[in-house]
Design a protein around this ligand. Structure first.
Ligand code: TMP
Ligand code: ASP
Length: 242
C-alpha cells in the first residue's frame, strides 16, 4: 500500500490503513490463509484479490437490500474503502446445515439440514482461541447491550435470507457463515469485516453425486487442494449472474 497511509491494524487476512478522510479506512486483503487459530498457515497468490472482489459484490447486494454495511467502494482489486467502525469483539456464526465445529461438539450428524438457523456467538480473542460464548456471558462482560445483541441477531437472520437466495441462484448451498459487526461514528450498528469463501461454507449444487464439493476455505482447512480454483469459480459465477 502507498506509504502515505498509516497501518492501523493488521489481522490474519487483512490490513487496515488510515485514509484521506478520517471517517474512512482502507482495507487491504492479503493472500495469507490461516486455520485453527493460525496453527495452520499458507499463502495463496490471488486469494486477497478474489476475496476483496467477492466481498465487494456481496456488500453491494446487501446494501441494495437496506442492510447497513461498512463497505463504500473498491479502491483497487484487493483494497476497499470502508467506513471507520469500532469493531464489536464477537464473531456471529449462523448455521443452516450442520458441519464443522457443531458436529465436533454435539451429536448432530454432518450435513443435517437444521429446522431453523442456529446462531452461535464466539468471543473474538486469539489468546483465548475465540471461545464459544453465551448471551449471559456477553452481558456479564459488558461487551454490548442485550438490546444491541438482539438487533445483531435479527440483522444476521435477515442477511441469511438474502445470502441464501443470492447463492442459490448461482448454484451454491450456504451451509454456514461468520459475521462481524461494529459501531459507525454515529453509533449505528453496521456489518463489517468481509463476506467471502474464507468465512462462508459454500457447497456446489452443480453436482450429480451426493459427495460434498466445498468451494470455500475448507479446501485449505481439510487439505483438499484447489482453493484458488474454488474461489475463482465463485467469483466467476457471481459476475455471470449480474
Ligand atoms: P466452525 O464450524 O469452524 O465453527 O465454522 C463456522 C463458520 O464460521 C464457517 O463458515 C467458517 C466460519 N469461521 C470463520 O470465519 N472464522 C473462524 O475463526 C471460524 C472458527 C469459523
Ligand atoms: N479464522 C481462523 C484462523 O485464523 C480459523 C478458520 O477460519 O477456520 O485460524
Amino acid at each position: 500500500m502507498n506509504n502515505k497511509y498509516e497501518l492501523i491494524y493488521e489481522g490474519k487476512a487483512k490490513k487496515v490503513f488510515s485514509y484521506d478522510e478520517s471517517d474512512k479506512v482502507l482495507i487491504e486483503f492479503k493472500d495469507d490463509a490461516t486455520a485453527f487459530n493460525a496453527l495452520k498457515k499458507a499463502k495463496f497468490e490471488g486469494k486477497g484479490k478474489l476475496n476483496c472482489l467477492i466481498s465487494a459484490k456481496i456488500f453491494e447486494f446487501l446494501i441494495q437490500k437496506n442492510i447497513p454495511t461498512h463497505f463504500l467502494e473498491l479502491k483497487n482489486e484487493n483494497t476497499m474503502v470502508a467506513q471507520k467502525i469500532k469493531v464489536i469483539p464477537l464473531e456471529i456464526v449462523l448455521r443452516n446445515t450442520a458441519y464443522g465445529s457443531l458436529c465436533k461438539q454435539t451429536t448432530i450428524e454432518s450435513g443435517t439440514v437444521l429446522a431453523k438457523p442456529l446462531i452461535d456467538f464466539y468471543l473474538k480473542n486469539d489468546d483465548l482461541n475465540d471461545p464459544l460464548i453465551t448471551k449471559d456471558r456477553i452481558e456479564l462482560m459488558n461487551i454490548i447491550s442485550l438490546e444491541d445483541l438482539d438487533f445483531i441477531v435479527d440483522l444476521t437472520l435477515k442477511i441469511n435470507e438474502f445470502l441464501k437466495s443470492f447463492f442459490k441462484k448461482i448454484k451454491l448451498q450456504l451451509v454456514d457463515f461468520k459475521l462481524e459487526f461494529g459501531y459507525d461514528l454515529k453509533n449505528n450498528i453496521v456489518l463489517g469485516d468481509e463476506i467471502s469463501p474464507d468465512n462462508c461454507r459454500l457447497w456446489d449444487l452443480n453436482q450429480n453425486s451426493d459427495t460434498i464439493v466445498s468451494l470455500d476455505k475448507d479446501r485449505f482447512r481439510n487439505d483438499l487442494g484447489g482453493l484458488i480454483e474454488a474461489y475463482s469459480e465463485i467469483n466467476r459465477r457471481i459476475n455471470n449472474s449480474m
